[in-house]
Write a protein that binds this ligand. Structure first.
Ligand SMILES: Cc1cc2nc3c(=O)[nH]c(=O)nc-3n(C[C@H](O)[C@H](O)[C@H](O)COP(=O)(O)O)c2cc1C
Length: 433
C-alpha cells in the first residue's frame, strides 16, 4: 500500500502521526516532535570558535529536512571554558561571537525550524590545553577511559583503522590531572556564563539549553565520583547540586522568561561512585519545581560513552519515563537515539517522552523528518560511529554513508535565501527582566 492510500484510510494522518503534533516549550511553539540533537561538528576550524559557511549550510540542510527544532552543537560560554576544550567548539562569550551565531539562527529560521543554543560552562576535567595546564574542575580527580566503555561498533571502527588512532600521532584527546576550582572562580564563571546567555538572546536563539550531561563541568559537580570537595559545593546531594542551581538562578535572573530555558542531563552516570538515576531524578524534580522549561535526557559520561552513543533504539526510554514522572505536566522531556519512526512514535504515545532527538540519524540522512512524514524510505544509521571517531581526534564530522555531510556549503539548495520582504532587521525579544 502506498503512503497516500495509507493516509486516506487513517483519516488523512501522516504515518507515525504522534511525531508530527506541534508542542509548546515555554513560550515557543515547535511544529513537530522531532529535534536535531546537539552535535559538535568541528566545522569551525579557526580554533577561535567562529561560525563559517559550512556550519550555516549544514544546519540549513537539517532545517530543510523538516525537524521542528535544532539544538546547536555545544557552544562554550566562558573564556576559561574555551581555554580547556576537548577538541574544538564554537564560542559565545564576547560580542564578536554574536554575528556568526545570528546568521545560524536566521538561516535555520529561513529553512523553517526553530533553534535553541546548547551552552556549556566547560569541560572541566574532560578538557585540556596544549600547554598541559591543569583544567579547572570541582576536584583534582582525573578521568579515565577504557576500551570496554566505548560503543562496540566504535571500537571496531578504531581497530579497523588502527594506524589512524596510533598513539604516536599528534592528537587532541587526552586527560590531564585537573585542579580544584576556587569558590571565587565558581562565582565568576557563573556570572560570565549568565552574561553569555544574554548574548545568545541578542543572536536571536529561540531558547537556551544548559549543558550538564556527559561528565562535563556541571555533571562533575553533581557526581560524587568527580566531586570530592569539602566546602558547600561538595558532599551531600544538596551541596553537589548547588553549582547547577546557582547557574539556573543566575541565568533566569538575567533572561527571565524571554525564551525557554532547558537543561540536558545524563539519566545515569553508569560508573562506580557516580551519580545515578535516583539522585538525578531529585535534581530534575528540583529544577522542575523552580521552573525549568524542558529537560533533555542523555546518559553516561566520557568515561562511559557507550551509554550516550547507544547501539540500539530506545535504551534511554526508562530513564526518560523516570524524569517525566518528576516533572509538572507542561514541562516536556526530549529523548535521543530512537531512529525507528514507529518506535519513536510509540515512545511518545506511551507517555515515555514528549519529543525525540536525533543525532547520528540526521548525519546520514538530513531529510529523515520529511521522508517519514511522506512515508518514504530513509537511509538508516548503522551506528558505526565513524562520525564520532573523527571528531574525537579533532577532525570535522563525516559519515561513511553520506558523502554530502561536510560539503553542504557547496550545495546551492542550502544557501541562505534573501531575507523575506518586511522581515525585521533586529530581532524583537519578549520582555527582559
Ligand atoms: C559527532 C557527535 C557529536 C556530538 N556532540 C554533542 C554535543 O555537542 N552536545 C551533546 O549534548 N551531545 C552531543 N552528541 C550526542 C548526541 O546529541 C546524541 O545524544 C547521541 O549521538 C545519541 O543519539 P543518536 O543515536 O541519534 O546519535 C554528539 C554526538 C555525535 C555523534
Amino acid at each position: 500500500m502506498t503512503a497516500t492510500a495509507d493516509r486516506t484510510e487513517a483519516g488523512n494522518q501522516p504515518p507515525h502521526a504522534e511525531l508530527f503534533q506541534p508542542i509548546t516549550i515555554g513560550n515557543v511553539e515547535i511544529k513537530n516532535r522531532i529535534v536535531m540533537a546537539p552535535m559538535n561538528t568541528i566545522f569551525s576550524m579557526d580554533n577561535l570558535g567562529y561560525v563559517n559557511e559550512q556550519i550555516l549550510a549544514y544546519y540549513a540542510a537539517r532545517a530543510k529536512g523538516g525537524v521542528g527544532l535544532i539544538i546547536s552543537e555545544c557552544v562554550l560560554g566562558t573564556k576559561m571554558a574555551s581555554r580547556f576544550p576537548y577538541t574544538s567548539n564554537l564560542h559565545l562569550f564576547n560580542p564578536s561571537h554574536v554575528p556568526g551565531l545570528e546568521e545560524v539562527v536566521e538561516t535555520i529560521h529561513a529553512f523553517g525550524s526553530k533553534t535553541f543554543i546548547q551552552l556549556s560552562i566547560g569541560f572541566g576535567r574532560q578538557g585540556h590545553n596544549h600547554d598541559h595546564e591543569p583544567p579547572p574542575a570541582p576536584s583534582a580527580v582525573p578521568y579515565e577511559t577504557s576500551l570496554e566503555m566505548l560503543p562496540k561498533k566504535m571500537l571496531e571502527t578504531i581497530r579497523k583503522n588502527e594506524s589512524f588512532f596510533h598513539p604516536s600521532l599528534p592528537t587532541v584527546a587526552f586527560a590531564d590531572k585537573p585542579r580544584e576550582m576556587t569558590r571565587e572562580e565558581i562565582k565568576s564563571e557563573i556570572e560570565e556564563f549568565s552574561n553569555s546567555c544574554l548574548l545568545a538572546l541578542r543572536a536571536g536563539f529561540d531558547g537556551i539549553e544548559l549543558h550538564a550531561p556527559h561528565g562535563y563541568l556541571e555533571h562533575q559537580f553533581l557526581s560524587p565520583r568527580s566531586n570530592k570537595r569539602t566546602d558547600e559545593y561538595g558532599g551531600s546531594l544538596e551541596n553537589r547540586m548547588r553549582f547547577v542551581l546557582e547557574i539556573y538562578h543566575k541565568v533566569r535572573e538575567k533572561i527571565g522568561n524571554a525564551v525557554p530555558l532547558g537543561i540536558r542531563l545524563s539519566g545515569d552516570e553508569h560508573m562506580p561512585e557516580g551519580i545515578h538515576h535516583d539522585e538525578l531524578k531529585i535534581v530534575v524534580k528540583t529544577l522542575g519545581d523552580l521552573g525549568i522549561d524542558y529537560v533533555h535526557l542523555s546518559s553516561g559520561s566520557y568515561e562511559a560513552t557507550k551509554y550516550f552513543f547507544p547501539e540500539e533504539d530506545g535504551t534511554m526510554c526508562e530513564e526518560a519515563a523516570g524524569f517525566k514522572s518528576m516533572l509538572p505536566e507542561h514541562v516536556p522531556v526530549m529523548t535521543p537515539s530512537i531512529h525507528d519512526p514507529a518506535l519513536a512514535a510509540a515512545a511518545i504515545r506511551d507517555g515515555k517522552t514528549d519529543l525525540i532527538s536525533l543525532g547520528r540519524q540526521l548525519l546520514i540522512d538530513a531529510d529523515w523528518a520529511n521522508k517519514v512524514h511522506a512515508g518514504e524510505k530513509f537511509r538508516k544509521c548503522t551506528r558505526c560511529c565513524e562520525c564520532l571517531a573523527r571528531t574525537v581526534v579533532g577532525l570535522p564530522v563525516r559519515c561513511l554513508h553520506n558523502r554530502d555531510l561536510g560539503r553542504e556549503k557547496y550545495m546551492p539548495e542550502y544557501w541562505r535565501p534573501t531575507r523575506a520582504k518586511g522581515e525585521p532587521v533586529i530581532h524583537q525579544l519578549a520582555q527582559l527582566p
